[in-house]
Design a protein around this ligand. Structure first.
Ligand SMILES: Nc1ncnc2c1ncn2[C@@H]1O[C@H](COP(=O)(O)OP(=O)(O)OP(=O)(O)O)[C@@H](O)[C@H]1O
Length: 264
């Protein structure tokens, strides 16, 4: 298992418990979607899995060993293997830095070779041309900014990408293109995707497993297809029921394979 939350609990200072007894494991090639209503604790769990918050109960294991946030060598290995993409591509990129520097940041902070070719390679993989390295984030659309954020996340070749609603700030067309891109990277880069999402279509495309949280506890989990096909928890049922019904399959053209779309 690459990453595991074992019996994790969390309470914000002076708050009530927002997570209680959470067990979630991520194995290579088996992405996990974290779904649940607002306030269920999804973002808090993701931040704990990212090592940005220390659980107040239980532990996080990375490659089977406890993630000790004070262990610099371990955390360096962790950062190399586990990267993140945030929801808002407007606030997640430093407006004062050129794209080349932004994308190279993980390489620099991890003390890895930050050769320009590596940055250009990462940009190319997300569908952006080489010359964007000299430009600033404000010169790009929301979808392009999210591509830049994804390039930054993959530049050090991580195994795991943890993403918090990575497409929910984008318009529908752009959303589809970014999801296609993530699906493509999952194949070409052997990237396992763990994401917080409200969008079941996105969960179904990118994650084999779905974990449903409610009030800080796991209330339902399993293969995404079976959780979405026969949901048992009322929240999951509501979520599934709220997805617009598609026309009968015979009248629907085959959807293209992931990864065909051009840059958003
Ligand atoms: N910094 C904080 N201090 C105190 N309480 C917090 C803090 N951040 C979140 N909370 C509380 O913790 C609970 C879980 O929040 P969290 O953001 O993890 O939920 P979520 O499932 O991601 O919700 P959403 O889908 O709305 O983002 C909520 O009740 C929230 O108010």
């Amino acid at each position: 298992m690459i990453l595991e939350a074992r019996e994790v609990g969390f309470t914000y200072p002076r708050g009530r418990a927002v997570l209680d007894g959470i067990d979630v494991g991520v194995t290579a090639g088996r992405g996990v979607a974290l779904v649940g209503e607002s306030g269920a604790g999804k973002t808090t769990l993701l931040r704990i899995l990212l090592g940005l918050l220390r659980p107040t109960a239980g532990e996080v294991l990375f490659d089977g060993a406890p993630l000790r946030l004070g262990d610099r060598a371990l955390m360096r290995r962790f950062r190399r293997g586990v990267q993140t993409v945030f929801q808002d591509p407007y606030s997640s990129l430093d407006p004062r830095q050129r794209v080349g520097r932004i994308v190279a940041e993980p390489l620099r902070s991890l003390g890895l070779d930050a050769a320009p070719e590596r940055v250009v390679d990462a940009l190319r993989e997300v569908g952006l041309p080489e010359d964007v390295v000299r430009r600033y984030p404000h010169e790009f659309s929301g979808g392009q900014r999210q591509r830049i954020a994804i390039a930054r996340a993959i530049v050090c070749r991580p195994r795991l990408l943890l993403a918090d609603e990575p497409v929910s700030a984008l318009d529908v067309t752009t959303r589809v293109r970014i999801v296609d891109l993530l699906a493509e990277l999952r194949e070409t880069r052997n990237l396992t995707v763990v994401m917080v999402t409200h969008d079941l279509a996105v969960a179904a495309l990118l994650c084999q497993e779905t974990v449903v949280l409610s009030e800080g506890r796991v209330v339902e989990r399993g293969d995404t297809a079976s959780v979405l096909g026969s949901p048992t928890h009322p929240y999951t049922r509501r979520l599934v029921a709220s997805v617009p019904r598609l026309p009968a399959p015979a009248s629907v053209p085959q959807s293209p394979a992931p990864g065909r779309a051009g840059p958003a």
